[in-house]
Design a protein around this ligand. Sequence first.
Ligand SMILES: Nc1ncnc2c1ncn2[C@@H]1O[C@H](COP(=O)(O)OP(=O)(O)OP(=O)(O)O)[C@@H](O)[C@H]1O
Ligand SMILES: [Mg+2]
Length: 300
Amino acid sequence: MKDLEYLQQSTAVKNRFERLKKRPVALEVKNLSKRFQSPKGEVTALNNINFKAYRREFVCVIGPSGCGKSTFVRTLAGLEQASEGSILVNGSEVTGPGSDRGMVFQGYTLFPWLSVKQNVMFGLRRAGHSKAQAEEQAMQWIDLVGLSKFAENYPSQLSGGMKQRVAIARALANQPKILLMDEPFGALDPQTRAKMQSHLMEIWQNIDITIVFITHDLDEAVYLADRILVLKAHPGEVQEVIEVAVPQPRNAGHLHSQEFLACKRRLEALVHPDDETEMNKDHLNMVRMVHVHDDVPSVF
Ligand SMILES: Nc1ncnc2c1ncn2[C@@H]1O[C@H](COP(=O)(O)OP(=O)(O)OP(=O)(O)O)[C@@H](O)[C@H]1O
Ligand SMILES: [Mg+2]
C-alpha cells in the first residue's frame, strides 16, 4: 500500500494543489490565539494559528475533542473575539458577524415557529429585501437543497437531515463568501449523513463558495476536503495541513481508493496516536464496574 507522501508526489496531485494555491485567498488567519477566563484559570483554546483558504476550496478541520475546533469556527464567524491575531475575509478584517460568512451548527437551530420558507426568508428580510424578493430567492435556495415540496412545513415536521438542509439553505441565502459548518451532520444517522455529504458536495460544486467544515469523523474529512487542517489539543495548535490526494469531484467509488485509505491512515496517526489509546484504556479501568470474567447474576 502506497503512503500519502508518495501519492502526493504524483504530477496530477502536485498540479492540482499548485492551481488551488494560485486562486485568490478567501480566508486568511494570522497568528490567531484565543484565551478564555474560567473559574479554574485561563484556558488557551487556540494558540498562534496561521492558515489560508483559497477561493472555492473545501477545508475540513479535524482534531481531538476540546482542541478548539468550535472556538476556531466561532472566531471566524465573529461570534468570539480573537485574543491575538487577525482574520481576513477577501482581504477585509473580521470584527464581528457579517453577511460574508454563513454558519451551520450541529444542533438544529431553525426557528420552530416559522415554516421552512419563512426560516430561509428571515435573513433576506433582515438584509432589506422586500417580501416578494425574499420569497423568490428563498424558494431558489430551498429548491437547491431539494426541499421545494416542504416549503410550507414547520421544522417539527422534518427529519434531522431535512432540518440541516434548511439550515444550509438559510446560511446560503445571504450569499456568503464563506460557509462555516461546525459538525453539521454529527447528529445524523450514518445513511442520512452519507447522503448529506454527497448533497453538500454537489451544492459546493455549483456555487462560488469556500467551505470550512469542522468534523471529528476521519472518513468525512477525507471524503469532503481539498485540504484538512489538523489541530492538536492543549493548546489548540496547527499540527499539520494535509493535501488530500483523492481527485475531485468525489463519489462513493473513491471511498476505497488507495489515495483515500492513505490519507485516512495519515489522519489516524495524527489524531489517534498509540499513547492516547493506552490512556483511554487506563481511564476505562477506573470506571469499569463489571469485568469480562465476572459472574453476572441472572435476574430470571
Ligand atoms: N466560553 C468558554 N469559556 C471557557 N472555556 C471555554 C469556552 N469555550 C470553550 N472553552 C474551552 O476551550 C477549549 C476548546 O473548546 P472547543 O469547544 O472549541 O473544542 P472542540 O474542539 O470544539 O471540542 P468538541 O470536539 O468536543 O466539540 C476547551 O478546553 C473548552 O473547555
Ligand atoms: Mg466543538
